[in-house]
Design a protein around this ligand. Structure first.
Ligand code: FAD
Length: 476
């Protein structure tokens, strides 16, 4: 395991506790191992079997895209992880070349790029990372153990550990001390209540809800299928359809097919309804592929998809010894695939803050202010898109937001015939480049020039059919 530059002060005998052994907790654990003599990772679920799905992560059966930036960060934290994923059967995907992507009006061009990654189930990714961490002698994993609250100093100015409960032991509450506690318990985090019981304000929350619902099913990839693509995305487009779907390849020659509907247009979870929803997308390609494919799972549903940011960075005061990370701080509409990558960015921010200064007074607020800087871009990307829908609650797009949306509409139409622009756009989506690159002078000029031309307003089904049957052209 690579060490991210060890801080000499960290050679103390201090302990850190991480609550929650999902992606954010695992990645935080990875960096804390470089700063603390002991890290205790506490997970409510039984995670002793590495590759099983579990109730604490109800989102895991749904398609989980690890963006290219996330892939790169995980490789930095766990060198060789990509190769391990390949060994476990995860296909390598070059996102702009291997993917059929239905644009606003037609299939996107396909082109080579360095935007690549491994496509795999969420369970495999999490399981491999946990196994890696368990090789570390200074990690203790408490599995089947629930944190019930925080321990604090008599003045309530310092969190000094946690109260925990072993789920198999009746009613026994134990205490465990730590110099730093990291809350990685996801969107249902009860940290605001725990802080309130110590006399602190709850963080203000911003919630923007597009009321997207998912339904997903796993399939065996048909053995006789000949295709020059690995996956498919047919997205919902405001003003055209609230329905979208993705076919996502994973280890074991399987597909996860996730259907989604915005504005409470939820996909059904019965077999006939699921297939009918797939048929109703802008192109019936998923339906054509699924109707004869072998299902491997029930149909899973998920509807808690609102963006929610708990603004710890805005609080006037926080006790020392406690920070939150991952979905416990900021959760995004999952359709943009940002959660795991942002969790990795959060862990790297924690590492950077600990290197700057090992837990001085005021560390939690300092960390949360730096984390907020990281969260701004993915938050604007997700909520800016969600605010297009009149059914979205909580968003108040102003005139400049509308202008940006119209500008980006032009960009997305132009990139349908422009692989270079498509690549730039994909780099932004994969969080490799900031959205500002889409406002570079050469792109602005292309957009301005397009104002003289009429953009397409509809696409004929036959045109889609032809493009589907031949597959899109790969330009290398
Ligand atoms: C439907 C859906 C699809 C998604 N798709 C993508 C995608 O394509 N790409 C992407 O990057 N992200 C995606 N995400 C987001 C991604 O799943 C999360 O952002 C990511 O897993 C980080 O979550 P987390 O670790 O912060 O929290 P969680 O994954 O929610 O984990 C919280 C953990 O804490 C444990 N826990 C909770 N309370 C306690 C307690 N009191 N004591 C001990 N343990 C506790 C839970 O058991 C769980 O293990 C998706 C999310 C959803 C809902």
């Amino acid at each position: 395991m690579m060490h991210l530059m060890t801080n000499p002060i960290a050679a103390s005998s201090r302990r850190a506790i991480v609550i929650g052994s999902s992606m954010a907790g695992l990645l935080a654990t990875r960096v804390l191992l470089d700063h603390f003599a002991e890290v205790v990772l506490i997970e409510r679920d039984d995670v002793s079997l590495p590759l099983q799905s579990r109730s604490g992560v109800p989102q895991s059966p749904h398609a989980h895209v690890l963006l290219t930036q996330g892939q790169r960060l995980l490789e930095q934290l766990f060198p060789g992880l990509a190769a391990e994923l390949t060994d476990a059967g995860a296909p390598t995907v070059e996102w702009t070349a291997d993917w059929l992507m239905m644009g606003r009006w037609k299939w996107m061009p396909r082109c080579a790029s360095d935007l690549s990654g491994r496509a795999c189930s969420r369970t495999l990714l999490e399981g491999l990372i946990r196994q890696r961490l368990l090789a570390s002698p200074n990690l203790k994993l408490f599995t089947g153990c629930q944190v019930e609250g925080l321990l604090s100093s008599p003045e309530s100015d310092q969190v000094t550990g946690v109260k925990l409960h072993w789920r198999k032991a009746a009613n026994s509450i134990e205490s465990l001390d730590a110099a730093l506690v990291v809350d990685a318990t996801g969107r249902n985090s009860t940290l605001p209540n725990w802080l309130a019981s110590m006399g602190y304000d709850a963080p203000p929350e911003t919630v923007i809800n597009a009321f997207l619902g998912y339904a997903s099913r796993w399939y065996q990839r048909p053995k006789n299928l000949e295709a020059d693509w690995q996956g498919i995305t047919i997205s919902a487009v405001e003003g055209i359809t609230s329905r979208g779907g993705v076919l996502y390849p994973i280890e074991g020659d399987r597909w996860i097919v996730t259907l989604g509907g915005v504005g409470r247009d939820y996909p059904p979870t019965d077999e006939a309804g699921f297939l009918e929803f797939a048929r109703s997308l802008r192109v019936p390609l998923l339906y054509d592929l699924l109707k004869d494919a072998q299902p491997l799972s029930p149909i899973y549903s998920y509807r808690r998809t609102e963006n929610c940011w708990r603004h710890y960075e805005r609080l006037q005061r926080l006790p020392d010894g406690i920070v939150a990370i991952g979905d416990a701080v900021c959760v995004f509409n999952p359709v943009y695939g940002q959660g795991m990558t942002t969790a990795a960015l959060g862990a790297i921010t924690l590492d950077r803050c600990l290197k700057q200064s090992q837990l001085p007074k005021g560390f939690p607020l300092r960390f949360h202010k730096q984390l907020a800087q990281i969260l701004k871009t993915p938050w604007l990307m997700a909520t800016g898109e969600d605010s297009r829908w009149s059914t979205t609650v909580g968003a108040k797009p102003g005139r400049s937001d509308r202008w940006v949306q119209k500008y980006l509409d032009r960009v997305t139409v132009l990139m349908q015939d422009n692989p270079v622009l498509l690549k730039t756009f994909a780099e932004v989506v994969h969080m490799v480049k900031p959205p500002t690159v889409l406002f570079a002078p050469n792109i602005v000029l292309q957009v301005l020039a397009s104002y003289g031309k009429r953009l397409p307003t509809e696409i004929k089904v036959t045109e889609i059919g032809r493009q589907t049957s031949t597959g899109a052209t790969v330009q290398r």
